[in-house]
Design a protein around this ligand. Structure first.
Ligand code: HOZ
Length: 429
């Protein structure tokens, strides 16, 4: 790996003008003890930094790049729409096409509203849930991250966990007074809360497969219990599928686990790498949103033709026969390979995986919730991250993030990752 001279010079400029030198905190690499590499370009499953170093990319822009970078169909779709313009602030045919694709792809979604980020999707879904039910209380789960809207910055995962920020200054106590966070996968704690307070609960929001405390799958009955208890108390169940949507199955985690939420949030993949978010669900709920109903939500660039074109092109590729099966085979090869090597080298680690999302935790515990995830040895994770980077493997710079396999990863790329792990793990013991 060549010295990161150009990245360093860019960082020195950036840090003068942008908080932490970055426009989103985790990518600052603070938790892995280094300055960030500036990425110059990407192609397929590879990224190339400002100094010309080449890496196999397992960040995938934090999830959107499920096809890999610069997929020909996505690039062609963007180039074609550029001939028409970039933003009109008016309805565009592509928004209807996107709405039809989401509603036909996800059985629980009868109506959908496009926004510009996962944060907007989650905050809007919560607002319409509160407007529809006339209730205020929101239940979330420790370690889940649903964006940085004030009401959600309670025991959050992702960057809040990565930087070990207790809540967040600037969020008035009154704003989070109605937010309750319970342990993920703790069925009894949830049942007890709903028994006592269920009739005050507007909504329960959950990552059906948690990706923001590292990857943590739902226990077999967890999602079913959320569904039953919310139904019993006329609360709404919101699946935050910003990360899992269209990644774990075309119909999302809700199709994989056969649990039907009232509202769902999407992002990342549905924009094909361009800024996007979406929320949708039952018609009787979504009809509460302005201008059809009184719940207000707006966005100048919502439904932007560029993002719609990139998202539609991406979803069309996901519809092709065998797409998810091929992804599953490659991701399974990776997770099983890592475990085999760990067994041989005696490094205490556990791997959680659902489909093409996974995390390596440096703990001997099975990681079922945020407290388990926090038992991971963060010093070992830091050493693992930096040694893998030296070997040409670009990982999420945080124990509390998931890594992603894309369709652009070939078996050879998976085996290069495993060769790097084979070399690196013994150095961590
Ligand atoms: N929400 C992103 C991952 N879950 C964080 C990306 C960043 O902060 O760079």
């Amino acid at each position: 790996m060549k010295r990161d001279t150009k990245s360093q010079r860019l960082y020195e400029r950036a840090v003068q003008l942008i908080p932490g030198g970055v426009n989103s905190p985790v990518r600052a690499c603070r938790s892995v003890g280094r300055n960030p590499l500036f990425i110059d370009r990407a192609q397929g499953c590879r990224v190339f930094d400002a100094d010309g170093n080449e890496f196999i990319d397992f960040v995938g822009s934090w999830g959107p790049m499920v096809l890999g970078h610069r997929h020909e169909a996505v690039m062609a779709a963007i180039e074609k729409v550029l001939e028409r313009g970039v933003s009109f602030g008016a309805p565009v045919d592509l928004e209807v096409d996107m709405a039809e694709m989401i509603c036909s792809g996800v059985a629980s979604v009868e109506m959908v509203r496009m926004v510009n980020s996962g944060t907007e999707a989650a905050m809007s879904a919560i607002r319409v849930a509160r407007g529809y039910t006339g209730r205020d209380v929101l239940v979330k789960f420790d370690g889940c991250y649903h964006g940085h809207a004030d009401t959600l910055l309670v025991a959050a995962g992702s960057g809040v966990a990565t930087l070990n920020i207790a809540g967040s200054p600037g969020v008035p106590e009154g704003t989070i007074r109605n937010t309750v966070s319970l342990p993920y996968n703790d069925i009894e704690a949830f049942r007890q809360f709903m028994t006592e307070k269920g009739d005050t609960v507007a909504a329960v929001i959950v990552e059906p497969v948690a990706g923001n405390m590292g990857l943590v799958p739902p226990d077999p009955e967890f999602l079913n219990v959320l569904r039953k208890e919310t139904q019993a108390h006329q609360s709404l169940l919101i699946f935050d599928e910003v990360m899992s949507g269209f990644r774990l199955a075309y119909g999302g985690a809700q199709a994989l686990y056969n649990v039907t939420p009232d509202l769902s949030c999407f992002g990342k993949i549905v924009g094909g790498g361009l800024p996007v978010g979406a929320y949708g669900g039952k018609r009787e709920i979504m009809s509460q949103i302005a201008p059809e109903g009184p719940v207000y939500q707006a966005g100048t660039l919502s439904g932007n033709p560029l993002a719609m074109a990139a998202g539609i092109a991406t979803l069309k590729e996901l519809q092709k026969p065998g797409f998810y099966e091929a992804l599953e085979e490659k991701a399974g090869r990776l997770s099983e390979g890592i475990l085999r090597i760990a067994d041989r080298t005696g490094v205490p680690l556990s791997v959680n995986r659902v489909g093409s999302m996974m995390s390596v935790f440096f703990t001997d515990k099975v990681v079922r919730n945020f407290e388990d995830a926090k038992t991971s040895n963060l010093e070992v994770f830091e050493a693992y991250y930096n040694k893998m980077l030296e070997k040409g493997v670009y990982l999420p710079p945080s124990q509390f993030e998931a890594m992603f396999v894309s369709a652009a990863h070939e078996t050879a790329d998976i085996d290069l990752f495993l060769s790097a792990v084979e070399a690196v793990l013994p150095e961590l013991v």
